[in-house]
Design a protein around this ligand. Structure first.
Ligand SMILES: C[S@@+](CC[C@H](N)C(=O)[O-])C[C@H]1O[C@@H](n2cnc3c(N)ncnc32)[C@H](O)[C@@H]1O
Length: 324
């Protein structure tokens, strides 16, 4: 990333923190959880017994990798595999390995808002899969979509894994999918993971683990404000709080102030006042069923051409193509 891109990300962070903490009710975007510390905490979350999502998607890839690749309908002329919000690529490696084994001429383009995640993934792939052509990019989903159409004229499969789409409420998810649709060529495809509705306790536990890693992950946004924007948040004066509404399928994470307090954020020349028990909404993790995914796809100009699930039916990956 050049220093201009770095400045854009820092400015965006400051601007959005200002906007969120001066709104009522207060909010901060979950995309700001991820830096070197946040990426490590998310890796720990993926290993938690409560966080079933990673294993479910991993199992889907192990079980169905041959059919998944067939569903991409690649010819052997070469294609681009683009991944939005790639993280550490833990599950993607199953697909990448299979593509290399089958000698598909693929270029892998992992894209992530976290510079640390992309640098780590590119380095790791150079060691683990030295024959793979990798072109990592740092950027935010909505912004990188504009760049996507200029990557090449080859067929593209755009992957959105880890139920990353679930961090967007339905109207924003449709906006994102419509924008994605707008930059795709007719034979490009989307391969996208949607966590499914299930026992409400199972969902709640996934974001409220006993060991407190999710709480530390949620609070990392405050640590980032302290470090990068000169804030003085006392992390002990906030608690992590999770709720799940089985009707809407929306899990929501909050940070709740345990007392009346004022926080200074020097770089923003901002004082933020909190009442006792006032909340800051930080993340949504939407859960889906087939009808909702079909509705989202149709609203965004897609049709579903395939889907893959795990033995427990906790999670599903769908293949979308542009509607004719
Ligand atoms: C929940 S993790 C999932 C990572 C990976 N897809 C997986 O399934 O293991 C979300 C990833 O998306 C990235 N991310 C979150 N919001 C983003 C945004 N708005 N634009 C680009 N990347 C984003 C984060 O940095 C993180 O690596």
């Amino acid at each position: 990333m050049n220093s201009k891109d770095q400045n854009v990300l820092v400015c965006t962070f400051g601007k959005e923190v200002h906007e969120g903490l001066t709104s009522f009710p207060k909010y901060l975007s979950s995309k700001f959880f991820y830096d070197e510390v946040g990426d490590k905490l998310f890796q720990q979350i993926m290993d938690l017994p409560e966080y079933y999502l990673t294993n479910a998607e991993y199992d889907i890839f192990q079980l169905h990798k041959t059919n998944i690749i067939q569903s991409f309908d690649f010819n052997k002329n070469g294609f681009d595999l683009v991944e939005l919000g790639a993280g550490d690529g833990k599950k993607t490696k199953v697909i990448l390995n299979e593509l290399l084994d089958q000698k598909y001429p693929v270029i892998y383009h992992p894209i992530d808002i976290s510079e640390n995640a992309i640098n780590g993934l590119v380095k790791n792939l150079a060691l683990e899969l030295p024959d793979l052509n990798v072109k990592g990019q740092i950027g935010e989903y909505f912004e990188v979509l504009d760049r996507l159409q200029h990557i090449s004229d080859r067929k593209k499969v755009i992957m959105v894994l880890g139920s990353n789409i679930g961090n967007l409420l339905h109207p924003r998810a449709i906006q994102f999918l419509k924008k994605l649709n707008g930059v795709m060529h007719p034979d490009d495809l989307v391969f996208i993971g949607f966590d499914q509705k299930k026992h409400p306790q199972k969902v709640l536990d996934a974001y409220n683990d006993q060991s407190g890693v999710t709480a530390a992950f949620n609070k990392n946004v405050l640590t980032r404000i302290n470090k990068e924007l000169g804030g003085n948040f006392n992390l002990d004066a906030f608690i992590h709080w999770e709720v799940y509404d089985p009707e809407s399928g929306t899990a929501k994470s909050y940070l709740v102030s345990t007392k009346k307090q004022t926080v200074d954020i020097d770089c923003l020349s901002l004082q933020v006042h909190f009442e006792a028990w006032e909340s800051v909404h930080t993340e949504i993790s939407q859960k889906y069923d087939d009808d909702t995914v079909k509705w989202l796809a149709e609203e965004s100009g897609f049709e579903i051409t395939g889907s893959f699930t795990d033995d427990n039916k906790y999670y599903k990956n769908y293949v979308f193509k542009k509607s004719e």
